[in-house]
Design a protein around this ligand. Sequence first.
Ligand code: UT7
Length: 331
Amino acid sequence: MAELRNVGIIGTGHYVPQKVVTNFDLMKMVDTSDEWIRTRTGIRERRIADENTATSDLAAQAAERAIQDAGIDADDIDMIIVSTVTPDMNFPSTACIVQEKIGAQRAFAFDIEAACSGFIYGLTIAQQFISTGYCDTALLVCADTLSKITNWEDRNTCVLFGDGAGAVVLGAVSEGYGLLSTVMGADGRGGQSLNMPGGGSRMPLSKEVLDKKLNTIHMNGQDIFKFAVKVMAGASIEVLEKCNLKPEDVDFLIPHQANIRIIDSAVKRLSLSYDKVYVNLDKYGNMSSASIPVALDEALKEGKIHKGDVVLFVGFGAGLTWGSAVVRWAK
Ligand code: UT7
């Protein structure tokens, strides 16, 4: 068998809608307070797409920025993966819609659905294709318009989420750089803790589904919280062990941005100092799988990550799913 190639991130980009919705705005919609939201979650505001904007619109903007950052043309892309739980429509895939929008005509394209863990799943999938030489350049876009499936009368969920898109371009990199190891996990037994029960083949859209708002996010927050605290530290340690590294070798951590208390617990378990951790959930809320790549792009643009740095990504989400990845930064 031919030798496997090292695979790394060679370009990043993100895009969030203009419209800002603050905690004070939400106080006019549900029985909540800025204080509750800030102290329980760390979120101050989030971005919300307008009614004419779909997931692929955000995805295409983020993708174009990542392609430009990588210094390539859309024509150079061999494969497009879109991670989303809010596709434009059931089919065709949002990846095909993005392909058309950005003019990446040579690429094959498909969606993945691993909820908030989608960035790690997508990285791992792209790695397999590029390392074996099946293709050279992959575009991974994580994009969601969770506002479209939010019940704006449910204070348990509507304060948590935001819309946005993060994209990365992956390609072959020099030995010793790029993805060092990844971990992915799933436990379908916890599927009921976070789901959108209506609108699929189990419960197609009907007047009853719409009246009961079953086509919106349903969540048992405490179940997800306990699961998240466990897997964030567990998956981080596992992925580091896989490439013979220890938490003290981590130069930068980019965790899924769901709740500051969940991030705090992982940071504490890993004994990391906070200047090595990127947090932007205060301004965006939880953007599902877009959270990590948006944070990555911002961290890079702020000069927080340098060539050779060991960067750890870790996330969790509906499914239940989780994932972690360690990268030695190649750019
Ligand atoms: O990507 C994965 C997505 N999901 C998550 O990451 C969610 C993980 N879970 C969490 O982040 C937390 O569980 C929440 C932020 C969702 C909730 O925080 P909590 O500390 O677990 O609160 P709780 O659910 O135990 O609720 C405490 C109280 C309840 O009132 P009572 O029953 O004690 O009177 C809730 O009804 O807070 C109430 N509450 C609120 N109060 C004001 C729930 N939501 C709100 C709200 N404003 N928005």
